[in-house]
Design a protein around this ligand. Sequence first.
Ligand code: SAH
Ligand code: SF4
Length: 355
Amino acid sequence: MINLYDLSLPDLESLLAAWGYSRYHADRLWAYLYQRRVQSVAEMVELRPELRQKLAADTAVHPLTTQLATDSSDGFTRKFLLGLPDGQTIETVLMRFKGRATACLSTQVGCAMGCVFCATGQMGFTRHLTPGEIVTQALYIDQCLQQKGERLRNIVLMGMGEPLHNYENTMTAIDILTHPKSLAIAPKHITLSTVGIVPGILRLADEDRQIRLAVSLHGATDAERQALVPPARRWPLADLMDACRYYTQKRNRHIFFEWTLIEGKNDSTVQAHALGQLLQTVDAHVNLIPLNPTPGYGGQPTSRPSVKQFQGILTQYGLPSTVRQRRGIDIAAGCGQLKVTGLERAGVKNMTPDA
Ligand code: SAH
Ligand code: SF4
């Protein structure tokens, strides 16, 4: 059974061509999926009956089911635990601040990378998401926004999973989401965050998508980085920085570097200087994210004054940086946390069964 949401428009055209239908039919089917947003093949009433029959027999339109929906007390974040056809669940987050709505999408069920402070890393890897499972998260969020007369315009691939470990499916999803007759998300409004998979960064640099890249660094020496981010053993900083420089030069874009600030681990002035030096030769913007504590890791977030001090040192190196709070800590809005803690232990309030 083919999930129609898994197919890019060229894929859909090939499928229909193999059945003897022209591009015209693929375009109409595409419009049913992404403009009219039908929930089943049966609703595609203007397609030829024999095509509808074939689609009903061989394909499906798999929606995501709402398992939990919860609002943060500050009202800026709405987090969803969504059910997949095989019963697995993933997290998708709608963030709204400064008049901008952003969807944070997952790319895998769990994650194989094992970063010690990350709730998703702590749960291990279950499976990759298909392109359609990534796309339908965005459709789900867009549907929520449409109820308020808004549209989804910004996406971050910063939910559960490592997008460059699921390269093909993530890129197919991006191609679908950016298609002008789909959600038409501007590529520059999509940010892909990676733990630093070097071959993936090189490939992304060589391919022609104008999306933005964020690289999770968290340590500026190999030893310190490896203690937090196990894949750093496979891809040392020298290789990672070479790949990042190649990316910025090839794509003519800066890279966001993410740094989760953990008290006593990676927030000293010495470490700030090391980061400043490391990024001297890269077109970079640093995002400092005070740790959102997770059940499987004893670390604490860096205090506000120390965050300011850390940021001040980066400024001395001419490095632009932003402090980003992971929103809605009261609803466990850190990556993977809703799934891992369960609602009661996370102290979730305002639970509603549906969007
Ligand atoms: N796998 C990708 C994208 C998902 S994680 C990556 O690692 O980049 C998105 C960002 O959230 C990463 O920078 C990650 O290090 C950070 N993160 C994960 N858990 C966190 C936590 N508990 N507190 C603060 N940041 C966290
Ligand atoms: Fe995976 Fe990213 Fe979490 Fe690391 S931080 S375990 S790469 S999701």
